[in-house]
Design a protein around this ligand. Structure first.
Ligand SMILES: Cc1cc2nc3c(=O)[nH]c(=O)nc-3n(C[C@H](O)[C@H](O)[C@H](O)COP(=O)(O)OP(=O)(O)OC[C@H]3O[C@@H](n4cnc5c(N)ncnc54)[C@H](O)[C@@H]3O)c2cc1C
Length: 404
């Protein structure tokens, strides 16, 4: 079995590593001339570590991670805390892993190093795949210029603007959400002392929200500021001026304003997602991660889902042996509802928790104020519990037919 993977992001590398663990070879084709991730933090829920543990990487990554001790929900219109949910001992014991933040580059590099040392993953950079073709025996990823790469299965892990998806789903460009996100990473000294919380802090307010958390042994702080500004063109990682950011968030209380004003070298994204679709397979070809189910980041689960997908896919290919088409279909069915729940739920979080104003915001506060830690954990059990990750696929055992 040789699997061709298009895209060496977190999802593509996690899939390659999971395949290598079950003894399967893969060829990863990446359009960028160099491998890497953007210089920002990433939140990883306990479910991500259920997968990373299976990949043998959990302990290594936890060494460089910051264990945030709570999720603080703040009202950026009043400066008041709405509630604070613990990520402490009870949470860690209940879900078997902590809620942490790591640097994206550390996560990507760890996956890359593990792939390289497995001896079963070949990675080629500077290869842009345009389409695929297949027959009953094999599938080929075809690159710009006509060069092709053959395998038994092909995985499109090529992100939001996936070329592999375009050929399967044919649903055009992603949906532009009208939300603009600004990101900055600052030294801890730049962050006002009273806000150097070891928390996943989210300030929610009228058509905007701000997230901050410590990074790299709390030497850095990650700032993410989002405005529902009706932006209408997709954008990823464009440099912007401090003035643009200041203007967007000027209406918020002075505390929030002080946090925003410590940011520098801001970059912006205009966020996109897609409607969940029921089918993302075509014979020997499937999708994973953002190529399959791109989502707004409000659950902080896009990369977590991509890693879960990779593990599930490798398990399915292992369980079904040479029946590649069946294996890929079993994988798709296993992942469909869980990932759609993230896509649809993220939109709801944006509209009803992060961005409301007026009586909607008051109602949100009243609802969330009354929730305790136990109810918070129960609400997230479908997502974080090790038994609910939908990463294992078993080949159904044939039911014996009565002799005629
Ligand atoms: C502001 C923000 C904050 C986020 N925070 C979190 C978080 O805290 N936790 C979390 O889990 N997720 C988070 N996410 C989501 C997460 O970043 C993505 O879901 C995840 O990175 C997707 O990984 P992927 O491997 O599927 O796709 P990508 O990371 O997009 O990788 C796709 C790869 O394919 C390559 N490629 C593209 N086209 C081709 C082609 N034609 N041929 C060859 N190669 C190609 C690309 O160069 C790229 O390397 C956040 C997203 C945003 C925007």
């Amino acid at each position: 079995m040789r699997v061709v993977i298009v895209g060496a992001g977190i999802g593509g590398l996690a899939a390659a590593l999971a395949l290598a663990q079950s003894g399967q070879q893969s060829l990863v084709l990446e359009a960028a001339p160099q491998l890497g991730e953007i210089g920002a933090g990433i939140q990883l829920g306990p479910n991500a570590f259920h997968v990373l543990d299976q990949l043998g990487m959990g302990e290594t990554l936890l060494k460089g991670a910051v264990y945030v001790d709570s999720f603080r929900l703040m009202d950026s219109a009043t400066g008041r805390q709405i509630n604070r949910f613990s990520f402490g001992t009870e949470f860690r014991q209940r879900f078997g892993n902590p809620y942490v933040v790591v640097h994206r580059a550390d996560l990507h590099r760890s996956l890359l190093d593990a792939c390289t040392s497995s001896g079963l993953v070949e990675i080629r950079t500077g290869v842009t795949i345009e389409r695929f073709e297949q027959d009953a025996r094999a599938v080929r990823a075809v690159a710009a210029g006509g060069r092709s790469f053959e395998g038994d299965a092909l995985i499109g892990a090529d992100g939001l603007h996936s070329a592999v998806r375009a050929q399967i789903v044919r649903d055009g460009a992603p949906r532009v959400s009208g939300h603009t996100t600004y990101r900055s990473v600052v030294d801890v000294e730049a962050m006002p002392e009273e806000f150097r919380w070891n928390s996943m802090a989210v300030w929610v307010g009228p058509k905007s929200h701000i997230v901050h958390y410590p990074l790299k042994g709390a030497k850095l702080f990650n700032l993410v500021a989002t405005a529902h500004d009706e932006a209408d063109r997709a954008l990823a990682g464009a440099a912007v001026t401090d003035e643009e950011v200041a203007e967007k968030f000027a209406h918020l209380v002075p505390d929030v304003w002080r946090i925003i004003s410590c940011g520098q070298a801001w970059k912006k994204w205009v966020l996109c997602d897609r409607e969940p679709v029921e089918n993302w397979n075509d014979g020997r070809v499937t999708l994973l991660g953002d190529a399959a189910h791109p989502t707004l980041q409000y659950f902080a689960q896009g990369a977590c889902m991509a890693m879960e997908d990779g593990m599930c896919l490798a398990n399915a290919l292992g369980a079904f042996g040479p029946d590649v088409v069946e294996a890929l279909d079993a994988y798709r069915r296993e992942r469909l509802v869980r990932t759609a729940r993230i896509q649809l739920g993220s939109r709801l979080i944006g509209d009803h928790i992060f961005h409301p104003s007026g009586v909607h915001a008051l109602t949100r506060n009243a609802t969330l104020e009354s929730i305790g830690d136990a109810a918070f954990m129960n609400a997230f059990a479908w997502l974080y519990d090790a038994g609910n990750t939908h990463t294992s696929v078993k080949r159904p055992t044939a039911v014996p037919q009565p002799a005629v």
